[in-house]
Design a protein around this ligand. Structure first.
Ligand SMILES: NC(=O)C1=CN([C@@H]2O[C@H](COP(=O)(O)OP(=O)(O)OC[C@H]3O[C@@H](n4cnc5c(N)ncnc54)[C@H](OP(=O)(O)O)[C@@H]3O)[C@@H](O)[C@H]2O)C=CC1
Ligand SMILES: CC(=O)N[C@@H](CCC(=O)OP(=O)(O)O)C(=O)O
Length: 315
C-alpha cells in the first residue's frame, strides 16, 4: 500500500494533537511535521501543505482560510477542522453518517469540512425524521447540551485548569447567535436553525446534547417509539453511530458525558413520558473524538480509500 503524506497544520493545538495521536502508529501514513519554531511561518507551511497528499487544518478560521489559499497544486486534499468552510459551496460536510451517500461524497472530495461538535448530535437525531417526513421542516425546535471545556480549545483549557473553583456548569450562547447555527440549518433539513443554548461543564472532555420534542404540538400523532424505531433502522449497521434501547425511565445513571471519551462513537437515546407524546433525543459522544479529531480521521480514511475504522475505536 502506498503511504500517504499527511500534514496537520496546527498540530500543537487541542484538535491537532488528538489527530496526531490517532495517526502516529499507522504504517500507511507518513506524518509531515513542522519545526516548532516555524509553526506559524507562512513559507514553511506553504511548503508542507503542498508536499502533503492530505492537509488537515486544526487552526482558527482565518488561518485555515490562509492555509487553503497557500495550496497551489491540484493534488493536495484538505480536511478543515475549523468553522471556515462548513457551508461553503464545493466543500463536502464531513459527517459521514449524515445521509446514506455522504461517506461516498466525502471519499470523492478534495475539500472536506469537519463538522462542528454541537451540530452532529442535532443532525444525527433530527435529519432522519425530516427526511422521512415525520417531522415538518418548519418545526420550531430547541437544542441544548453540555460539553467538556476542551471544546473551547487551548485557551479555555488553560482557564479551567488554572481556576481555583470553576463553575460546575456555565451556560453560554445566551444571545442565540452561536457560530454553529448555519451548519445546523444547512444539514438538518430544517427550514431554520433551532434555538440553541449550550453549556460548558467543569470536566475536560465529552458531551451530551438534548433535543426536546413536544410531539403533540410539533407533529401530532408521532410517537417517541416511532422515532426510536426510525433512528434504529436508519443507523443499523453503522460502526460509529449506535441507537440505544428505547427508554421510559426517570434517570439513567450511565448517561455521563465522559462515557465515550477516546472513542469515535456516538450513542443516540430516545426518552418519553407515560403517554408517549413527549420525546427527548439525547446524543452522547466525545467532543474531541467523533466531535472533532475522530471524525477527521474517519474522513481521512474515506478520502484515502482505507477501511473507515482504521486507527479508530468504536467504543
Ligand atoms: N476543541 C474542539 O472540541 C474542537 C475544535 N474545532 C476547531 O478546530 C480548530 C482548532 O481548534 P482547537 O484545536 O480547539 O484550538 P487550539 O487553540 O487548541 O489550537 C489551535 C492551534 O493553531 C495554532 N495557530 C493559530 N494561528 C496559527 C497560524 N496562523 N499558523 C499556524 N498555527 C496557528 C495555535 O497556536 P497558538 O496557540 O500559539 O496561537 C494552536 O496551536 C478551530 O477552528 C476550532 O474551531 C473543531 C471541533 C472541535
Ligand atoms: C465548549 C465550547 O466552547 N465549544 C465550542 C465548540 C467546539 C467545536 O466543535 O466547535 P468548532 O469546531 O466549530 O470550533 C463552542 O461552543 O464554540
Amino acid at each position: 500500500m502506498t503511504r500517504a503524506k499527511i500534514y496537520i497544520d496546527g498540530e500543537a493545538g487541542t484538535t491537532g494533537l488528538q489527530i496526531r495521536d490517532r495517526l502516529a502508529a499507522r504504517d500507511d501514513i507518513d506524518l509531515l511535521t513542522i519545526d516548532p519554531d516555524k509553526r506559524k511561518d507562512m513559507d514553511e507551511r506553504r511548503r508542507l501543505l503542498n508536499a502533503a497528499d492530505v492537509a488537515i487544518l486544526c487552526l482558527p478560521d482565518d488561518a485555515a482560510k490562509e492555509s487553503v489559499s497557500l495550496i497551489d497544486n491540484d493534488r493536495t486534499a484538505v480536511i478543515d477542522a475549523s468553522t471556515a468552510h462548513r457551508v461553503t459551496p464545493g466543500w463536502a460536510y464531513g459527517f459521514a453518517e449524515m445521509a446514506k451517500d455522504q461517506a461516498e461524497t466525502i471519499a470523492g472530495s478534495k475539500r472536506v469540512s469537519n463538522p462542528g461538535c454541537w451540530p452532529q448530535g442535532l443532525i444525527a437525531g433530527i435529519r432522519p425524521l425530516i427526511d422521512a417526513g415525520l417531522l415538518p421542516a418548519d418545526a420550531p425546535l430547541t437544542y441544548n447540551g453540555v460539553s467538556g471545556y476542551s471544546g473551547g480549545g487551548r485557551k479555555m483549557v488553560e482557564d479551567y485548569v488554572s481556576a481555583a473553583d470553576p463553575a460546575p456548569l456555565m451556560p453560554y450562547g445566551l444571545t442565540f447567535k452561536h457560530k454553529h447555527l448555519p451548519e445546523m440549518a444547512a444539514y438538518t433539513g430544517l427550514s431554520h436553525a433551532p434555538q440553541f443554548q449550550p453549556s460548558v461543564g467543569n470536566f475536560a472532555q465529552g458531551m451530551l446534547t438534548f433535543v426536546p420534542l413536544r410531539l403533540w404540538a410539533v407533529a401530532p400523532g408521532l410517537t417517541a417509539r416511532a422515532i426510536h424505531e426510525l433512528l434504529a433502522d436508519r443507523y443499523a449497521g453503522e460502526t460509529f453511530v449506535k441507537v440505544m434501547p428505547f427508554e421510559a425511565i426517570e434517570r439513567l445513571p450511565g448517561l455521563d458525558p465522559r462515557t465515550l471519551n477516546g472513542t469515535n462513537e456516538m450513542r443516540l437515546f430516545v426518552f418519553t413520558d407515560a403517554a408517549g407524546d413527549e420525546a427527548l433525543i439525547v446524543s452522547l459522544y466525545d467532543n474531541l473524538g467523533k466531535g472533532a479529531s475522530g471524525a477527521a480521521v474517519q474522513n481521512l480514511n474515506l478520502m484515502l480509500g482505507r477501511p473507515a475504522a482504521t486507527g479508530l475505536i468504536p467504543a
